[in-house]
Design a protein around this ligand. Structure first.
Ligand SMILES: Nc1ncnc2c1ncn2[C@@H]1O[C@H](COP(=O)(O)OP(=O)(O)O)[C@@H](O)[C@H]1O
Ligand SMILES: [Mg+2]
Length: 235
């Protein structure tokens, strides 16, 4: 299977502090790839490098997307901060990005997405009145406006209620179900990831300490694998 992302000996330092330490990783096309690890492990830094927001200090990475207009048009993302404009309506928040992506049939696409994420009733409400769960759904709609091949989600369901977590999980499974799309998701929600991920990498102190695939996950619970991967921290 081909890989959509390949990282080779990637390092990131902030001043003298090494935050990512020789990361080599392959993310297959069509996978739901979970990145897990304690706070401060480097998950967000890795994601920000992939999005071109930070430069690696050394090493390299490639993103193999097919889109003729280049990589950026083929990646959708959700970061910790929503980046929503609180005084704009749901529709307007999406329309702004539709223009950035120069979408054809912008109006139809936005209406379809509002329906897909269950926000059509809130179409003309300002983003500031939305609950946290609704806001995350709007951000997700924005992330997939341009139907990207690669979706990168940094803890998309942190602090959300169970119903919305389940909704996100189903959404992500559906998104990759045709086999052409890939999702990279960082999360602390081990039980959520266990249900949907085809591959998991555990990041601790800037290093990939373990990688697992679906078969490993069928045999042992992710919680058990995760705790095992950190055992040396306790010794
Ligand atoms: N812009 C930055 N400048 C300096 N240090 C940073 C910066 N971003 C992250 N760090 C540090 O890098 C480490 C990893 O952070 P982060 O990637 O946010 O971890 P995670 O997402 O796994 O919680 C932390 O020690 C954090 O303080
Ligand atoms: Mg983070």
């Amino acid at each position: 299977m081909s890989n959509i992302i390949e990282l080779q000996d990637l390092c990131k330092e902030f001043k003298d502090k090494r935050v990512l330490d020789n990361i080599s990783l392959k993310i297959p096309v069509g996978s739901i790839f979970g990145l897990i690890g304690p706070n401060g492990a480097g998950k967000t830094t890795l994601i920000r490098i992939l999005l071109g927001l930070y430069r690696p200090s050394s090493g390299s990475f490639i993103i193999n997307t097919q889109h003729k207009d280049g990589i950026k048009k083929n990646i959708g993302f959700m970061l910790h901060s929503t980046g929503l404009y609180p005084a704009l309506t749901c529709y307007e928040n999406l329309a702004l990005y539709a223009r950035i992506y120069r979408l054809d049939k912008e109006k139809e696409r936005i209406e379809d997405l509002l329906e897909l994420v269950g926000l059509q009733e809130y179409r003309d409400e300002k983003a500031q009145i939305l609950s946290k769960g609704m806001r995350q759904k709007l951000v997700l709609a924005r992330a997939i406006l341009h139907n990207p091949e690669l979706l990168i989600l940094d803890e998309p369901t942190v602090g959300l209620e169970v119903e919305i977590k389940v909704w996100f999980r189903n959404f992500i499974s559906d998104y990759v179900s045709e086999g052409k799309k890939t999702v990279l998701i960082s999360s602390h929600e081990l039980s959520e990831l266990e249900k949907i991920c085809t591959d998991i990498a555990i990041l601790r102190k800037g290093k990939i300490v373990k990688e697992y695939n679906k078969v490993d996950l069928m045999e042992t619970s992710l919680e058990e694998l995760y705790l095992k991967s950190g055992e040396s921290d306790w010794q």
